[in-house]
Design a protein. Sequence first.
Length: 202
Amino acid sequence: MFKKLLAGTLLASLALATIAPVGASAAIEGRGTQASDANGVTRLVNFSAKNNDQLSTLITAATCDYLDGAIVTTLQNAKAATLFAPNNKAFRDLGNALIGKPLNSSNVCQVDTVLKSPGALAKILSHHVFADGKVNYATAKALRPAKIKMLDGENAILRGQKNRVIIDSTNVVVKNIRSKNLQIHVIDGVMIPPSISAALSS
């Protein structure tokens, strides 16, 4: 289903909830022509294509047949949301840590099987979406550590630290990739929801 949605999108050209305070180098700016006019999914794919396919593993993960396009449909239909998009290195590092080999476009759809946790990939992807508003880099940089509720229903910790923005333990490395309905920040790690982290460590 998603592949049909993605094909249609490509043919056409490819959140701030209550933030509750809790007691690398600066990111480069994401730029592109007509960035603010494109749908967020289109913008994500186009940005990756123009930047050495650095988000190709994330895009492949969202296309896994068994996910039925749910996460992409959510992003396409969002009125205003924020996506923290892990780059390819983030997935490689996660795979090396969890299974002793990199995760990439050829094996990322096997995450549920490898982790023996049905629904894990969908939950991990949803944990990178803040569905209740656009969070720009300057706003995030000014925050003290703050809890934000992600699309999967679990919290992530967002904070500014000197000249960088950190969400959980990952750094924003490309900031403010703007689109009509999404604010996208590329991050250098994959955020694991607390519930999955707990299951992995048990």
